[in-house]
Design a protein around this ligand. Structure first.
Ligand code: BTN
Length: 282
């Protein structure tokens, strides 16, 4: 990043939409998430910094937030483009006592929390593309990367990384992904013509408070109660999809989600496939 980029970044940040950690902390209500927040103006990846902090011993529920990622990571080894001063890059560090088998549920919790926050802060209608892409009008606005470290089947930590395109302008979306990616600002402009920047602090506060609520629900009653909320945003029932499951490509019709968060796919007259993880092509 050159001098000019840095200057324009600072200008943009001071433009009413800077991330205010004091404001965020003041508004967090739940017992688990955000007691400690680590903010850096620039990081390689908030997930990487979160992992390093976790190894150093930071507490369960700590959160890492940054305004710019130089090496933002997406799922399946993809790059998560992370320009500065306009989006959300955040990682939640969890050190739970539950079994690694149920850890994938944290992605479901994060997806519902992000969708709820969009509804609370904007007038947009998010949908969830299984398992964890948040879409507005069929384009991706947010993604979640959950990473876990275990030893002898005991969880050392789970890092739930959330990336959200908030005030990204259309011209700043790379050509190759213009058809599939969007931001809250772009979609808000479409529905009400407003180009007022969306408040990232409010979104972060809302995501963290929702995550706290669903985490408590998950610990006391399991994933199935959270899935009731997930279903509200799950717009895929009945859709014909193709999905890459490891090295095979499977076609089928989406029937639903089971109690562990797996996708249920009708692949033939009497055949049902349960998909635990995979990449969907609509
Ligand atoms: C996806 O591929 O959909 C997941 C994208 C996850 C991006 C977020 S941004 C904050 C955190 N840090 C990263 O490097 N990745 C996640």
């Amino acid at each position: 990043m050159g001098e000019d980029d840095l200057k324009s970044m600072k200008l943009k940040i001071s433009d009413a939409n800077y991330i205010d950690i004091f404001e965020i902390k003041k508004n967090l209500k739940g017992p688990f998430i955000g007691k400690n927040i680590y903010y850096e103006e620039k990081v390689d990846s908030t997930n990487t910094l979160a992992r390093e902090l976790s190894v150093k011993g930071v507490k369960n529920g700590s959160v890492v937030i940054s305004d710019y990622q130089e090496k933002g990571r997406g799922r399946n080894g993809k790059v998560w483009t992370s320009p500065c001063g306009c989006n959300i890059y955040m990682s939640i560090i969890l050190k739970p006592k539950f079994s690694p088998e149920v850890a994938q549920g944290m992605t479901i919790l994060a997806a519902v929390s992000v969708a709820d926050a969009i509804v609370e802060v904007t007038s947009l209608k998010p949908q969830i593309k299984w398992p964890n892409d948040i879409l507005i009008d069929s384009k991706k606005v947010s993604g979640i990367l959950t990473e876990m470290s275990t030893q002898n089947m005991i969880i050392e930590h789970i890092i739930v990384g959330i990336g959200m395109n908030v005030n990204l302008e259309e011209k700043d979306i790379e050509d190759g992904i213009k058809d599939i990616a969007t931001s809250l600002l772009i979609e808000s402009k479409k529905i009400n013509g407003s180009s007022i920047l969306i408040n990232r602090n409010k979104l972060i506060i809302s995501i963290l408070n929702k995550f706290d609520k669903y985490y408590e629900m998950f610990l006391s009653t399991g994933l199935s109660s959270v899935l009731q909320y997930y279903q509200k945003y799950f717009g895929m029932i009945g859709k014909e999809i193709e999905i890459n499951i490891k090295d095979r490509r499977v076609k089928g019709q989406v029937v639903g989600i089971d109690s562990k968060g797996a996708l249920l796919l009708k692949t033939g007259e009497n055949e049902l496939e349960k998909v635990v993880s995979g990449e969907i092509y609509l």
